[in-house]
Design a protein around this ligand. Structure first.
Ligand code: TMP
Length: 223
């Protein structure tokens, strides 16, 4: 059987409301037009188990979740996503676009909840077998504008629904500042993997930047 070249693994990161999911979708459309096979996933979520964990993790009805339990559930979701979706797709030669990955745990639980990076990276080593994205798009915008957008969106989505995804949006400005700082430290530590994209530009311009980055880092870079 001919040996299939492994696909590429791209993750999208950033604060809530920064426009990651829109940009991930646009990139998927672009790559498919180039003839590539692309699958999308998200964390938490992405698998059947993951969607159940997502409900528990994001619902404002979940109260009293300890930071360590929160971290463990994020990694349970991720371990399932890796085994069920990400690794099999990469082995088939497909490109995987993932909305959040371990950088989110390092930023939110490590930074935001104060658990620190070491624990997160240790868990990543064990539970994710240290799987590293080929490229991480870190979308950065103004803290205040981000949160306002995320809150508006989630209030709209929660209207008439049994459940909501508001647990994180209830956190205060200081929490999100710690999350952002942790993201920026990751970008500084791993410039070969993480590319910061200014998300304040119109969506079309941001998309163009992302396409250029992917071509520079993954298409030309692998020839
Ligand atoms: P999103 O899927 O709408 O971006 O929201 C997911 C929320 O979960 C977001 O507030 C960030 C949070 N999260 C963590 O705190 N740690 C993690 O490891 C992941 C994947 C997400």
């Amino acid at each position: 059987m001919p040996h299939k070249e492994r696909g590429k693994f791209i993750t999208f990161e950033g604060l809530d409301g920064v426009g990651k999911s829109t940009q991930l979708e646009k990139l998927a459309v672009h790559l498919r037009k180039q003839g590539l096979k692309v699958i999308k996933t998200r964390e938490p979520g992405g698998t059947l188990l993951g969607e159940q964990l997502r409900t528990v993790l994001l619902s404002s009805r979940t109260s009293g979740l300890s930071p360590l339990a929160e971290l463990a559930l994020m990694f349970a979701d991720r371990a399932q996503d890796i085994d069920e979706k990400i690794l099999p797709a990469l082995a088939r030669g497909q490109w995987v676009l993932c909305d959040r990955f371990t950088d989110s745990s390092e930023a939110y639980q490590g930074g935001g909840r104060g658990l620190g990076s070491d624990l997160v990276l240790q868990l990543h080593g064990t539970l994710c077998r240290n799987l590293q994205p080929d490229l991480t798009i870190l979308m950065v915008s103004d803290l205040g504008a981000n949160l306002a957008r995320a809150r508006r969106r989630n209030i709209e989505q929660a209207k008439g629904a049994d459940n909501d995804e508001n647990r994180f949006e209830r956190e205060n400005h200081a929490f999100y500042k710690r999350v952002l700082d942790a993201y920026l430290s990751i970008a500084e530590r791993e410039p070969q993997r993480v590319v910061q994209i200014d998300a304040r530009e119109p969506a079309g311009k941001v998309h163009k930047k992302i396409v250029e980055t992917v071509e520079e880092r993954l298409v030309r870079g692998s020839n």
